[in-house]
Write a protein that binds this ligand. Sequence first.
Ligand code: ATP
Length: 449
Amino acid sequence: MVARSFAGGGSGVKPDVTFEDIGGQATAIKELKEALEFIKNQSDIQKLGIRPLKGILLTGPPGTGKTLLAKAAAGYTDAAFVTASGSEFIEMYAGVGAQRVRKIFQVARETSLRMGKNNSIIFIDEIEILGGKRGQITSHLEYDQTLNELLVQMDGLKVDDRVRVLLIAATNRVDMLDPALLRPGRFDRQVKVELPDREGRLEILKLHTRNKPLAGDVNLDAIARETFGFSGAHLESLANEAAILAMREKLRQVHHRHFHEAVDKVMMGDRLDRQPAPAELKRVAIHEAGHAFVSEHLRRGSVSTLTITPRGQALGYMRQTPEDDTYLYTRDYLENQVAVMLAGAVAEEMMLGGRSTGAGNDYLQATKTADQIINCGMSDLGVIDPEMLPRSLRYRTQKKILLAQEQRVRDFLEMKKKELGRVVDLLLEQEKISGHQLRSILDQETGCA
Ligand code: ATP
């Protein structure tokens, strides 16, 4: 069955999501509501001879609330809600996809009539699977036929249809869509659904902790600050994981430390039971302490946690707190990031006489960042066309940036060798050090306490 009505087969059930349940998306909600007025004020639209709005495209990264917005739109317009994913239309057999497109429009109309409603919203997630540029998959024309059928169905929507059907589609690859879908009269409204900013993350955290008993020490503002780059789905998972941690400790309330730990879990994956050998553990501690020292040195207060607990793909990690949400980066900022990335390997070399494969991912990130400096015209080459830059020149420029930062890190860590050793010992003993603890150790060493 292509179409499912919301709430798992109970067709005729109204989606129970409202715009109030969606956090950090004020602009998207405003734009979507404006578009939906076309459906709400049907008689005015008809009198003025305005053609119906046929499609709204929600674009943005995964987990930002596109499905929630579509559900809330159905509630807002008192419409029946029918949903499917782009992949459900794609079959190897010719004609099946097109047939399914016709079917979903038919189901939308029938569901609406059964519910005694005038409106119906069809939500298609991952529209790029069915609406990709035509003629690109040469092996068979099934994809093209399916998309053609969707265009035909959209063109067939009339303002005076008994049931007015609106198609809402979601994608995070708008660049892949066939231009025919984006031309006026098809998806002629596009609503961007971005990752939430700090305020937005706080709003979402509040929404997802509404039903959880929070202890007095919980500071959601601080959690919102620490979770730059998290989507709504990440934040929902974070709140859930925090509650699970509290339950494991048999507590009745969720405390701040549970949220703090849940950030690690959502970012890095599950804790692994595997325990590395002592020598390896020491190397990991040195590596992570190296990252943390340089990070703190370059931006005081930037280290949030330092740990040698293996999680997901990482044997240990240092988590940085972004000061404020940042969307633009200067050369200094990027060079500092390169320095932090290289610091793990440099610390290993300094304390153990050699490096390990543990730094592979750091180098990858560091080269990417160096490339960003070059591509954005901030390297010694000045403004360049990245496509025209000879590979050897790119390589030499990258290398120069990396070597300069490596030297800077080495000079700094050499001066801090003793303190580094002390933090490594503590890390081996405690497994985890908070940024606060690290700073107090550094202050003692410099006599600032
Ligand atoms: P995808 O592109 O992967 O389909 P999506 O953008 O459609 O993702 P949703 O399915 O709407 O994302 O969100 C998944 C879950 O994440 C929601 O059920 C909700 O719990 C949470 N969530 C996502 N965004 C928000 C938000 N803005 N406010 C509150 N909760 C959110």
